[in-house]
Design a protein around this ligand. Structure first.
Ligand code: APR
Length: 242
């Protein structure tokens, strides 16, 4: 595949917009496509407010199992390249749909988690939040007795307005927008590439498969993230571990 290397210094502000495909090579299943989470579970039963009200223990068990699976996975070289780039360029932002925390684990500091985090719980009654360390134990109930809800944007939830504002600010000034591993099916996240394009960013898609959003990008690389990112940013050196 012909990959045109980029010089990060040619850009003022770089945004990486990532989806589940970013973590696929870390061993974390995507949501759609072969082996996807939504081919094994019905989100209506495990990932929405109505299911949480109806059967909180089923919902909490699903998320406990997801945490166990994610805790066994490590950031891949794609995560590390993005984190290393942030060390070498003044303005790199990750806007991720992922809840697995792997960008942060790889060392990225400017990470906007559009859909929340698997590693945070919140009490729907008193609003208390609880950060979870992978591998550590954590309660299902708040001290007030209410079931603790994963602090994740479920189907039907609104995104946190502060998070949306942060994402929009990063898009307003971005002149390089690199989308990695998203099917572009879930709104409002799916609208980000259009906004970046409208703001004049040069936009790239890294995804082995095309989707209906693919037409929005200036260029697409139909290959896995860890094959494209090192060749897209050859000048990025640093602790890029597999
Ligand atoms: N490198 C890059 N892309 C990949 C790789 C890879 N190694 N492997 C798979 N992909 C691509 C797939 O082709 C697919 O287009 O990653 C994409 C994953 O799509 P989804 O599973 O739909 O994940 P995502 O787009 O992140 O879903 C968005 O949906 O269920 C909700 O809230 C959940 O954040 C999630 C949202």
């Amino acid at each position: 595949m012909d990959i045109v290397p980029l010089q990060p210094a040619d850009y003022q502000s770089i945004v990486f917009f990532t989806g589940a495909g970013m973590s696929a090579e870390s061993g974390i299943p995507t949501y759609r496509g072969k082996g996807g989470i939504w081919t094994k579970y019905h989100w209506e039963q495990v990932a929405c407010e109505e299911a949480f009200r109806r059967d909180p223990e089923q919902v909490l068990t699903f998320h406990r199992e997801r945490r166990l699976g994610v805790a066994a996975c490590r950031p891949n070289s794609g995560h590390h390249i993005i984190a290393a780039l942030e060390q070498q360029h003044p303005r790199v932002t990750v806007v991720t749909q992922n809840i697995d925390g792997l960008h942060g684990l790889a060392g990225s500091a400017r990470v906007i988690e559009l859909h929340g985090s698997l590693w945070r719980l919140r009490c729907p009654r008193d609003g208390q939040r609880l950060e979870i360390k992978p591998g550590s134990d954590y309660p299902d109930r708040c001290e007030c007795g209410a079931w603790l809800r994963p602090d994740i944007v479920w189907f039907g939830d609104n995104l946190d307005q502060d998070v949306i504002n942060l994402a929009m600010e990063s898009l307003a000034e971005c002149d390089l927008f690199v989308s990695v591993g998203t099917s572009g099916t879930v709104w409002p996240a799916a609208g980000l590439p259009q906004i970046a394009r409208r703001n004049g960013a040069y936009s790239l898609e890294i995804n082995p498969e095309a989707n209906e959003n693919s037409r929005l990008y200036d260029r697409a690389y139909r290959a896995p993230a860890t094959q494209v990112l090192p060749r897209l940013f050859p000048s990025v050196t640093g602790p890029v571990r597999a």
